[in-house]
Design a protein around this ligand. Structure first.
Ligand code: DGJ
Length: 732
């Protein structure tokens, strides 16, 4: 029979149109971006677009669905949450062993709901269901519109009659479309945190992961940047910045599909963590938090900073206390009278608070080194015969607040706590104990241990309500992962890594319910735990024990892509050979503190430090709450330059640090172009933090328009003789 060509053409045209009409399109929008999902002819929901916002939402229907490009779908892996054991051949986001032992899952789109939480915050919830098994998956996208941030997580519900096992349960499964992808991830070790590496992603899967249990960022953090099409730049190009809000084992996978698009799957590390889920129970994953910018890393960072201050970090829009810490000044060697003298030193220096570090507790096995006492949180009677109450009063009498160090998740085998509760300790009884910094981890999967850890903090505050600050440390990783509690309950050990972190969060939740305002520093033997879930409970974090100021510039620089200055603690210590001015100038670019012997300062140094603290206090609105602009990258230049501009654009501060002492290094031979000022305002620039009789070579009388400074720029004249130059920029 002869075919009628016109009819065929019509059929071909109508079929996709019909499908386009039936298909559900979900548009998740922020100020500048659209994330567009679409259900295909099989009801599988796919990511069809993530990028610059569409001017006209209606046109989303014209976006081609790559699933159409192959017949069998095997080359396509843009599922919004890739199932396993069914049609997809790619790295799954979810993998389930069903109650009957079957290992296949399929997820089909059911419904979508959008809820406005405020003018700026919306929550889109998507329901997916397996057509064969009673498994429900809800995908949550919380959008922070002005900040261009999306927080994404997933809830898996078991509606089968029996228990299922979650083998993999990612938080998010993104799909990005570009010619090329460049991943920046970070690696390191103790005192070497946040060393960046940018590379073009090639075929295969690149994985960032941790299996350390606690202190999980020791070798790498769950923090990354993806640049699309070309390597990342500060002010141009499309980049995605992300952080997984989970303080436990994580796994972030970057897979190029056969169309050379990027599949990004992030979540709890499934390693040794198959999670049983009883009938009717739900599992909520942690959040992946990400921001997409069409104008490079600078804007993406500012988006993250704004979001974190407003919505995540505890008291993110508040103030921070400058402090004097005694860790490097005394280590474990102190007593009551030494400390009260340090209070006076802190007062003399002009800081707000004294922070008593490790070594103040335990009696049977005194904490005089790192090999004993952890877990026994009573004042050591020999060092502190009159207790903390006395110290706090003395500090107050001196006119300074008092804060204290704790490491409540840990225990030394040489401790009364270990003797009393060996079953509270994470260990394998049939294997030799394996220590990290001579200590073991307490089993926070056990509610009794949670009560104990909460009690440590609660007792301290009940006895000492004037306690002004906690530094919460966590120095060990988990060896021999095993929970006596889970065993006693007949529960699977593979729940342990997850339940530990959930236990930790539940303790922190209780602490915050009772003590909502007390500032707390998140520390983990340096920067071993820095993520946006933990930071819900903390006002700040300790980036690294490495405070050598040259090293520190790079460490702080790298954290600054993801975390705001208000949360980044920088302490002036005696590490390295740099002069005090340089050390203080470097610490000033974040939340400043000191860990030095003030007594050892020469008169000129003390005076410099005092003035610098006054300058810092004056500049806090710009540094802590302003917008940050990275101007000159120390990885590619002889100096680093960055600035902060207050939200009203009246106050700004520019930090410049010389980082190269190589022969003929040129430092700043030409003006640095400033950013973020008001082009129509006039500014005066004054060099501050001048040491002793040093006179600035810069002219502080001239008046510059913001426009001039952001076009021609300003030369801070940083060089080996002027190794750090701080400029205060004030609107006239
Ligand atoms: C590790 C921290 O990073 C240090 O600042 C200090 O608090 C020590 N622990 C104390 O043991």
């Amino acid at each position: 029979m002869k075919r009628k060509p016109l009819l065929w053409i019509l059929c071909l045209w109508v079929a996709p149109q019909l499908y386009a009409q039936q298909a559900t399109i979900v548009q998740i929008e922020t100020k500048s971006n659209s994330l567009i999902l679409k259900s295909d002819e099989n009801k599988r929901l796919r990511t069809i677009y993530f990028g610059k916002k569409l001017q006209n939402k209606e046109e989303a229907k014209w976006i081609p669905t790559p699933s159409k490009s192959t017949d069998d779908n095997s080359g396509i892996c843009n599922a919004v949450y890739t199932p396993s054991g069914s049609w997809s051949m790619f790295e799954p986001a979810i993998s389930i062993t069903h109650a009957d032992g079957n290992i296949s899952t399929e997820l089909l789109f059911q419904s979508v709901q959008e809820q406005k939480e405020s003018e700026n915050v919306s929550l889109t919830t998507i329901l997916l269901k397996d057509p064969v098994y009673q498994t429900e998956v809800k995908l949550f996208y919380k959008t922070y519109i002005q900040e261009d941030v999306i927080e994404q997580w997933t809830e898996i519900k078991n509606l089968e009659k029996g228990t299922i096992t979650l083998q993999k349960y990612a938080s998010a499964n993104l799909y990005l479309n570009a010619e090329k992808f460049y991943l920046t991830n970070y690696y390191g070790n103790w005192a070497q945190e946040m060393r960046p590496k940018e590379m073009e992603l090639t075929g295969g899967i690149k994985v960032l992961d941790s299996k350390l249990g606690t202190r999980t960022n020791l070798f790498e953090p769950p923090t990354f940047t993806i640049a699309l099409n070309k390597a990342s730049a500060e002010d141009e190009g499309e980049v995605l910045l992300g952080n997984l809000g989970w303080s436990g084992n994580f796994k972030i996978e970057f897979e190029l599909d056969p169309l050379h698009n990027l599949r990004l799957i992030a979540g709890i590390n499934p390693h040794a963590s198959a999670y049983p889920l009883a009938s009717n129970a739900s599992f909520k994953t942690p959040s992946l938090i990400y921001t997409l910018s069409q104008h490079g890393k600078g804007l993406a960072s500012r988006n993250f900073h704004n979001w974190a201050r407003k919505y995540r970090i505890l008291d993110g829009t508040g103030d921070r206390l400058t402090l004097l810490n005694n860790w490097e000044a005394t280590y474990f060697d102190f007593d009551q009278s030494k400390l009260t003298n340090l209070f006076k030193d802190g007062k003399k220096l002009g800081v707000d608070m004294f922070l008593l570090d490790d070594g103040w507790f335990a009696n049977k096995y005194p904490r005089n080194g790192d090999n004993a006492g952890l877990g026994d949180w009573e004042e050591n009677r020999k060092k502190l015969p009159d207790g903390l109450g006395y110290l706090i009063k003395e500090a107050q009498n001196t006119g300074i607040k008092f804060g204290i160090w704790l490491e409540p998740e840990m225990v030394n085998p040489k401790s009364e706590l270990y003797e009393k509760h060996p079953d509270w300790v994470v260990k394998q009884v049939q294997r030799p104990e394996h220590y990290f910094r001579n200590q073991l981890v307490l089993d926070l999967a056990n509610p009794k241990v949670q009560d104990y850890v909460f009690g440590v903090v609660d007792n301290l505050f009940t006895k000492n309500p004037a306690l002004a600050f906690i530094k919460w440390d966590c120095n060990a990783v988990i060896f021999n992962a095993n929970s006596a509690f889970l065993q006693s309950q007949g529960q699977s050990q593979s729940k342990f890594y997850v339940d530990y972190i959930r236990g930790l969060y539940s303790v922190l939740e209780r602490i915050r319910a009772k003590y909502p305002k007390v500032p707390m520093m998140l520390c983990s033997g340096g920067g071993g735990r820095v993520d946006y879930e933990a930071l819900k409970y903390f006002t700040e974090f300790w980036p690294s024990d490495n405070t050598e100021p040259l090293e520190r510039i790079f460490i702080q620089w790298n954290y600054s892509y993801y975390f705001p200055a208000i949360a980044t603690c920088n302490h002036v210590t005696d590490w390295g050979k740099q002069p005090l001015k340089f050390r203080i100038d470097v610490a000033m670019m974040g939340k400043m503190g000191f860990d030095i012997v003030v007594e050892h300062l020469k008169a000129e140094e003390l005076q410099f430090a005092q003035t610098a603290i006054q300058n810092y206090n004056k500049l806090k609105p710009a540094i802590l709450q302003g917008d940050q602009y990275r101007l000159v990258d120390p990885y590619t230049h002889d100096f680093a330059s960055l600035m902060y501009v207050s939200t009203d654009k009246n106050q700004a501060v520019m930090f410049n640090y010389f980082v190269s002492n190589r022969y003929e290094s040129t430092a700043s031979p030409k003006p640095v172009v400033l950013k973020g000022l008001d082009p129509n305002k006039k500014y005066r620039i004054q060099e501050i933090n001048l040491f002793g009789n040093q006179k600035s070579s810069l002219n502080s009388n001239a008046e510059y328009s913001g426009s001039y400074l952001m076009t021609v720029g300003y030369n801070p004249e940083v060089n080996s003789g002027r190794s750090s130059v701080i400029l205060e920029i004030g609107a006239i």
